[in-house]
Design a protein around this ligand. Structure first.
Ligand code: PEP
Length: 244
């Protein structure tokens, strides 16, 4: 398979009303740099309208979660086919906020990833250590176990992306040092069933640290939360990915 493009994925989390689509339209007005793919994962209520707003721009739309079942009596949940039907091409799975808020286990993430594949979606599987686990020197052990138990057999560069997101770096303004990110990414690369699966870094990526992070070997892009909400900030991060 040819090299996959690097990926800048924005996670809007539980932010975004119709008026915020203006940010996405502004972002879409500038084509992404060569070899860079851009994805925005808004709340489910905005997926269809986001797909409309980005139509023709090449920017893609994703969901933030899906149910493991194809359909059924699951009030309030959303299926992978529904995401696809609304215009999504990707879905974030196993984000640490879902693992914490909803007690989501790695086994559930596997089931959700299989459901995503059945609907033709790319699964973005998130893993990462807590601050206590890092302090205990257990980072590699923790991420290896999460990867092994969260990524189903059959994961390839075409159907899966892995996001390494230290839990303590998400939304905190803190990031690991470049050497620490490099160490984890090099380690994870060796654990992947297909070495072409893209490895994103996530956790407080901002315009002012994006160049440093994207210059790290084995970093194939970023999963960006807060800084993806504003076109100027996400655009600056996308530009950094293009030049590193
Ligand atoms: C995220 O939501 O996955 C994330 C990395 O958030 P932030 O960039 O705000 O730390």
């Amino acid at each position: 398979m040819p090299d996959m493009p690097r990926l800048a994925a924005g996670n809007w989390k539980m932010h975004g009303l119709a008026a915020d689509l203006a940010e996405a339209r502004e972002l879409a007005a500038t084509p992404p740099p060569q070899g860079v793919e851009v994805l925005i994962c808004p709340p489910a209520t905005l997926i269809a309208r986001m797909a409309g707003a980005l139509a023709g721009s090449g920017l893609r739309v994703g969901g933030q979660d899906c149910h493991a079942a194809a359909k059924g009596a699951h009030t309030g949940d959303i299926s992978a086919a529904m995401l696809s039907d609304a215009g999504a091409t990707h879905v974030i799975l196993g984000h640490s906020e879902r693992r914490a808020d909803h007690g989501e286990s790695s086994a559930e993430v596997v089931a959700k990833a299989r459901a995503a594949w059945a609907a033709g979606l790319v699964a973005i599987v998130c893993i990462g250590e807590t601050e206590a686990e890092r302090a205990a020197g257990a980072t590699l052990e923790v991420v290896a176990a999460q990867l092994e138990h969260s990524l189903p057999r059959g994961a390839t560069a075409a159907n899966a992306v892995v996001a390494y997101e230290p839990v303590w770096a998400i939304g905190s303004g803190r990031t690991p040092g470049a050497r620490e990110i490099a160490q984890v990414h090099a380690f994870l690369r060796g654990q992947l069933p297909d070495r072409g699966i893209r490895l994103l870094y996530g956790g407080s990526v901002k315009p002012d640290n994006a160049d440093t992070i994207f210059a790290i070997p084995e970093v194939d892009g970023a999963l960006v939360g807060g800084a993806s909400l504003k076109a100027a900030d996400f655009g600056a991060i996308i530009a950094a990915l293009g030049r590193n």
